[in-house]
Design a protein. Structure first.
Ligand code: NCD
Length: 335
């Protein structure tokens, strides 16, 4: 039984769910919410919007910003939260299956946000919830090497805002650099590119961590242009945005990333002169040495803003999920 048709904004599992209209709507909603948040009156209004709801934050994979981002998004809307951050403190150690644990959460809360190591687990949880009486939405906050849909939404918001005066994302050239094979943020973002016209992607990665074939096949199928290179300097003058990721060595099987020379996949101040004046530098964070800290002072560095945008986009997601978006879009503060 498929109970989540494309048009229904319920579970957030993967970015293939989103079409252009929905992406544009979420971006507008995020901007409207940020306007409310500029005043005490607006913040108090937001805090009352979902004060009758409760959320479960099930984060059994390390997380700083995504956890805090969701937690603060809940607080902004008055949503009460409970959390599990370590499965060794849950009844899973008593032999309970994860799906039974998740079903337990669904008894107490109105939405479950989950980050786990396991690919496909958010989908299994959503499938389970679709078949029980108390159906609550699942939000995938990162599933193994596979997807990180809410990160991709905040990335889209950051790109749209950065290009607001240049026609938005349509027609732009976006480079992705780093561990493209195991970086779930770039994978999720790639799936969204078919929604924009004439976007060109440039993948810059060590041979071992090149973008996977499933994503390339998807891009080809949707006629999204992409090229692969290892020559960062050569492509810098043509790009409108560069999205850099760290090597995801937590997924190493035999220390394969340790022996690699990664010096060609780093951005330092010496690169900035080759980039367009209005280019954008992004990173999902946490970073290691793939972006030198001296780059932060350059106005093109948008990763800290990107991080903050994440909280507002997650507020927008809850607002839409609980169908109170009309109270934002037609709210009194915007009159
Ligand atoms: C990313 C993740 O967890 O996939 N972090 C995040 O959520 N902003 C990227 C990463 O860990 O490298």
């Amino acid at each position: 039984m498929e109970r989540t048709p494309k048009s229904e904004f319920f579970h957030i599992l993967k970015t293939q769910q989103f079409d252009r209209a929905l992406l544009d709507e979420l971006c507008e909603l995020t901007t409207a919410i940020r306007k409310f948040a500029k005043t005490k009156e607006g913040l108090l209004y937001l805090r009352g919007l979902l004060a009758h709801k409760r959320a479960m934050l099930y984060f059994t994979q390390p997380s700083t910003r995504t956890f805090l981002s969701f937690n603060n998004a809940c607080q902004i809307l008055g949503i009460q939260t409970s959390e599990i951050r370590d499965s060794s403190t849950s009844s899973e150690v008593k032999g309970e299956s994860l799906l039974d644990s998740l079903r337990t959460f669904s008894s107490y809360v109105d939405v479950v946000v989950m980050r786990t190591n396991a690919e496909g687990l958010a989908e299994s949880a959503a499938d389970l919830f679709d078949h029980i009486k108390r159906r609550v939405p699942i939000v995938n906050a990162g599933s193994g090497k596979d997807q990180h849909p809410t990160q991709a939404l905040l990335d889209i918001y950051t790109l749209e805002r950065s290009f607001a005066h240049r026609g938005g994302i349509d027609g732009k050239t976006l480079a992705m650099m780093g561990d493209l094979k195991r970086g779930r943020t770039v994978r999720s973002l790639c799936y969204l590119m078919k929604n924009y016209r004439n976007v060109k992607l440039i993948f810059i990665a060590p041979d071992r961590f090149k973008m996977e074939e499933d994503i390339k096949a998807h891009l080809q199928h949707h006629a999204v242009q992409f090229v692969e290179t290892q020559d960062l300097k050569k492509v810098l003058p043509e790009i409108d945005a560069i999205y850099i990721t760290r090597i995801q060595d937590e997924h190493d099987k035999d220390g394969e990333s340790k022996s690699l020379d990664l010096s060609a996949f780093k951005l330092g101040v010496e690169h900035l002169k080759y980039m367009k004046q209005d280019a954008v530098i992004m990173h999902p964070l946490p970073r290691r040495d793939e972006i030198h800290p001296d780059v932060d002072a350059d106005p093109r560095a948008k990763f800290w803003r990107q991080e903050r945008n994440g909280m507002w986009m997650r507020v927008a997601i809850f607002v839409k999920q609980f169908k109170v978006d009309h109270l934002i879009m037609h709210g009194h503060l915007l009159d």
